[in-house]
Design a protein around this ligand. Sequence first.
Ligand SMILES: NC(=O)c1ccc[n+]([C@@H]2O[C@H](COP(=O)([O-])OP(=O)(O)OC[C@H]3O[C@@H](n4cnc5c(N)ncnc54)[C@H](O)[C@@H]3O)[C@@H](O)[C@H]2O)c1
Length: 358
Amino acid sequence: MEPIKVGIIGFGRSGCSIHASGIEKMQDRFTICAICDEIPERRTHASFPNAKQYATAEELLADKEVELVVVATYNYSHAKYAIMALDAGKHVLCEKPFGYRTDDVDAMIEAAKRNNRILQPFQQRRYEEDFQKVLEICKSGVLGKIKYVRISWPGFSRRWDWQTSRAFGGGQLYNNGPHLVDHGMELFGTEEEPEVCAFLRNSLSSGDAEDEFNITLHGKNSPQVELIISATNAFPQDRWPICGTAGTLHGGTSKLEWKYVDWSKYPERPLDTVPLEGRKYCSEKLEFITETWEPEGAADSGAGAAPAPKPVKKLYDTLFEAIRNGKPQEITPADIRRRIAVMQKAYEQNNIPFPSEK
Ligand SMILES: NC(=O)c1ccc[n+]([C@@H]2O[C@H](COP(=O)([O-])OP(=O)(O)OC[C@H]3O[C@@H](n4cnc5c(N)ncnc54)[C@H](O)[C@@H]3O)[C@@H](O)[C@H]2O)c1
């Protein structure tokens, strides 16, 4: 089958180091035929010496050879270029954030529909091994009904690039936030839309955008989910405490541990309001079953680390199947719209105006 011909707009850390580095290893299915960047020295890649070089997105979009456009520019132009590319008849793989507001997502979805093209959000961290294992454990039911989830990415570091500037659509909620919100919403589930309670703050970074946040998602019949990114927490912490009615899971990218009880082996405990005999407290011996998981080989992901190659490959695998074989997308624009709604509410609650598109 013909490899999909890719044009990349924005050839920086993402366009070059994530997308081109990934495509380099799957040249049987993808090839880069065009590169666009405002910075002339950034328009080449050693593995794709024949890729055409463009200074503007418009020039790349006019290139008939390009089938799939990767939008990897600053956050403020994602929706604009995604729509322009769809209207130019291209399939689109759009970096996170997948627009600022749900209106942006709706406009992108509409453009994909009217042009009958695939619009793929790039949320590769959905495929991180520890997260996939967490999902599997939660779905298996061993932890009982999940009541509380905390996803924490601690760190102690400064940034001074455009990702800290609101005018560029920077800030942690648009930067790493889409990954946490995606994981959090997967665990929150689809039964209802969450209430959002968000606190965003700038502590160390040079720009005016937030570099830390605490966001809680609540629902009537869904787990409470806390999402935390910190720039001032120098100590390691579990990425995953997950609490259910039968057990608890904790750990991170390199190890997960969970323990649970089998309540069917214990007597019923109906409410008894008579003071306990001998002035005792409620006490019963619980036998926990403990299990652990470690990834095969080195951990393939990590907050703050360069994105891991395996999740990138997996996302591209599903995109190839969608474009060439008409398979349903695994991560859909409608799915990501729910995440953007959470981020939109968080910014609105903190009275932070949305930056304009450029
Ligand atoms: N999915 C992930 O894990 C992940 C990781 C890193 C970055 N990203 C996303 O990728 C996007 C780019 O971030 P980055 O870290 O690569 O930034 P970067 O500064 O390293 O690269 C951005 C590049 O885009 C170019 N550019 C910007 N606007 C352009 C335009 N209109 N036309 C042509 N070129 C243009 C810039 O010259 C620059 O080379 C961001 O939206 C970011 O959120 C995603």
